[in-house]
Design a protein around this ligand. Structure first.
Ligand code: FES
Length: 354
């Protein structure tokens, strides 16, 4: 991001005079207000700032009396910033785009629905992501705010309208990272369920902030299906895949995503469909590590659906070579050899499954 306002000016953060330049974020840093990457708030003032690109609208504060995402809002002389508003008073807003239909579904779509001819679920893509994957397959959504700013109810209306239009029974919330704005996501799921109690609601996520209480709330609200990407086993691989430079944060995200899988299997196996995603390209993860992931997943549940995604050259990793079909079939055999029963591989010729 380019700083639009380079000159230092006087602003007020929680009534304290601050000299800063750039965005509201910089004034908050200068006034020692904590900006966190994980939503385990230690104080009322703290701001959760996961995406830093204006997509998730989780980093709201009152700026001159209006709620605004502090990560991208430029400072102006005399600006008054207040981060002490109770979080339940924040409006539930999120930038979304790409409303439409999926023809193959996502990681949390059951294999029986993949490779069908025609759409399998309605989808909306939430902007903003807390990872910085150099090979991101969806970077115009993951790293921008250039979509439609929606209230949860409005998004539910669009998704349900598309569901009727296409005569489908599944709605997917994908991204970017769909879970970053908890209030918006929970309100959206509740709004969908209130209007259609039978529709399946599939959350597609990297699992990085899915703590047990968040999972409980998603299930209570009406989520029926979830796809979680487990990107690696080792932190160093995870940092390489996700572009994260902070090893402690990477460890926290990686552990939280694995724990989320285990928690859902231990507590909601009979209520929720869970699919696990593993990205594969030999340049980003070794077959040995993929096998170890398979062994660990097998110990949690042998018949959980695991979908291996063939990562292609994209975004800042144009040097990648897309895995061939036979390479993907080798990865499938490797995972099946660990005892896993439901392994799918995504290839240039479609999905191959159990
Ligand atoms: S962190 Fe500011 S919009 Fe996502």
């Amino acid at each position: 991001m380019q700083e639009s306002q380079k000159e230092k000016i006087k602003v007020y953060a929680n009534n304290k005079e601050i000299i800063a330049s750039g965005t509201v974020k910089n004034a908050l840093i200068a006034s020692n207000i904590k900006l966190s990457k994980f939503p385990d708030f230690k104080s009322e003032e703290e701001i959760f700032m996961p995406c830093e690109c204006g997509g998730c609208w989780a980093c709201l504060a009152l700026v001159n009396g209006h709620f605004t995402p502090v990560c991208i809002t430029p400072l102006k002389e005399g600006m008054e910033i207040d981060t002490r508003t109770r979080r339940n008073e924040y409006p539930a807003l999120r930038v979304v785009s790409g409303f439409g239909v999926h023809t193959v579904g996502g990681v949390g779509t059951p294999y029986s629905l993949k490779n069908m001819k025609g759409p399998v679920e309605v989808v909306g893509f939430t902007h903003g992501c807390n990872l910085r994957c150099p090979q991101c397959q969806n970077f115009p959504i993951a790293l921008t705010s250039g979509g439609h700013l929606t209230e949860a109810y409005e998004a539910s209306q669009i998704l349900l309208g598309l569901k009727e239009l296409h005569e489908l029974d599944r709605i997917t919330i994908s991204g970017g990272e769909s879970t970053l704005n908890r209030k918006w996501l929970i309100e959206l799921i509740k709004a969908i369920k209130n209007q259609d109690e039978h529709v399946k609601i599939h959350v597609d996520t990297n699992g990085t902030i899915l703590t047990p209480d968040y999972i409980d709330e998603l299930v209570e609200s009406g989520m029926t299906d979830i796809g979680i990407d487990l990107k690696s086993l080792d932190v160093s691989t995870y940092m390489n895949i996700t572009g994260l430079g902070d090893d402690k944060l990477a460890q926290k995200f990686l552990e939280t995503s694995w724990n989320a899988v285990k928690y859902i299997i231990d507590n909601y196996s009979s209520d929720i469909f869970l699919g696990i995603g593993i990205p594969y390209n030999k340049a980003i993860i070794s077959k040995k590590e993929v096998k170890k992931m398979g062994e660990k997943i097998f110990k949690i549940k042998s018949d959980v659906q695991v979908c291996v995604l063939d990562y292609r050259p994209e975004f800042r990793r144009k040097d990648l070579i897309k895995p061939s079909i036979s390479e993907m079939m080798d990865v499938k055999k490797l995972l099946n050899s660990t005892g896993l029963e439901t392994v799918i591989v995504q290839t240039s010729s479609g999905h191959f499954g159990p």
